[in-house]
Design a protein around this ligand. Structure first.
Ligand SMILES: [Zn+2]
Length: 137
């Protein structure tokens, strides 16, 4: 994680995401810690620093995801890959229910659990943003 991405690539990933976390959809203007480029497939797993392997992520989502590629689906007990923004459609795996992010698939459940997308503080923060018309953007 120490190597910085080229400025142009970082800006491309940021703009492509509309400056929102591609996991929890929070806009970078609505959090105090900076959003970051996330290697969907981490460098330690031979993921490349190129646009199709990068997502724009809030600090919390990026830290919780780390270099993970999969997690356990609590419903089936199976190992399931995580959501991949470059290959999957968000609305196929998740649905917003007010401030909650409801997983719709095994991939969604594994990702929601690993990233703690419905941790009470995150839901409360999203509820506040919804009141001001700032979530989702
Ligand atoms: Zn996030």
């Amino acid at each position: 994680m120490s190597k910085r991405l080229p400025v142009k690539l970082r800006a491309h990933v940021r703009q492509r995401a509309g400056r929102c976390c591609e996991y929890c959809l929070i806009h970078e203007d609505d959090v105090s810690l900076s959003h970051q480029p996330d290697h969907i497939v981490a460098r330690k797993h031979r993921g490349q620093s190129q646009a199709d392997n990068l997502a724009w992520a809030c600090y919390v989502c990026n830290q919780l995801k780390g270099s993970d590629l999969s997690s356990i689906d609590l419903e089936t007990g199976r190992i399931v890959r995580l959501f991949n923004f470059r290959k999957d459609r968000w609305s196929r795996h998740f649905q917003l229910d007010g401030a909650k992010i409801l997983p719709l698939t095994a991939v969604g459940r594994a990702t929601e659990h690993l990233l703690q997308l419905n941790e009470p503080k995150a839901v409360t923060a999203r509820q506040d943003l919804i009141q001001y018309g700032r979530y989702p953007r």
